[in-house]
Design a binder for this molecule. Structure first.
Ligand SMILES: [Zn+2]
Length: 170
């Protein structure tokens, strides 16, 4: 998990990139450590390099809005690995994806219609709507808005703590 947060010229987060890309940007003089002090705490050691966990570009860049991919992993992360019917947390391999409005009745594959669901609840619900199955959703499924803020959920806390302040400011 050797990733680096990339900020634009104005200290706004624009990407989470690999340490290799970060190193190339640093060596080419396109980016620098976002912090003024080189404290070892906020660096990662890779091979013989110390790479800051946050770097910023030395030039302005028009940032393109990136849309969050609609995929199983992201649905599970959005729902925090919690079955949206019984409220219990499961390891990823024990979760299925449930179409709230059933697929057999042409319920669409969209963020707003898919939730994490344990196997037991999925069987119980079968090809019915939550109302028909008398099962209540914990919350209404939604499309996550901010791509990068969402990506933070996938990283360990001791890394995110070095990145967090740049998200609060933007
Ligand atoms: Zn369940």
């Amino acid at each position: 998990m050797r990733k680096v947060l990339l900020l634009d010229y104005n200290n706004r987060p624009i990407n989470i990139c690999s340490w290799k890309r970060a190193l190339v940007l640093l060596l080419k003089g396109k980016a620098r450590n976002a912090r003024l002090l080189n404290d070892i705490e906020s660096m990662i050691k890779v091979e013989n390099f110390l790479i800051p966990l946050v770097i910023k570009l030395n030039y302005n860049l028009a940032v393109q809005y990136k849309e969050l991919p609609f995929c199983r992993e992201n649905i599970l992360v959005r729902d925090e690995f919690v079955c949206q019917y019984c409220g219990k947390k499961f390891p990823p391999e024990e979760l299925t994806l449930d179409h709230v409005y059933p697929k057999s009745r042409l319920g669409p594959d969209i963020w707003e219609n898919i939730v994490a669901c344990c196997k037991e609840c999925n069987q119980k619900k079968a090809d019915r709507t939550p109302k028909e199955a008398r099962m209540k959703l914990l919350r209404r499924p939604y499309r996550p808005k901010d791509y990068l803020k969402f990506e933070l959920k996938k990283y360990p806390e001791d890394i995110v703590k070095h990145w967090q302040e740049y998200f609060e400011a933007s």
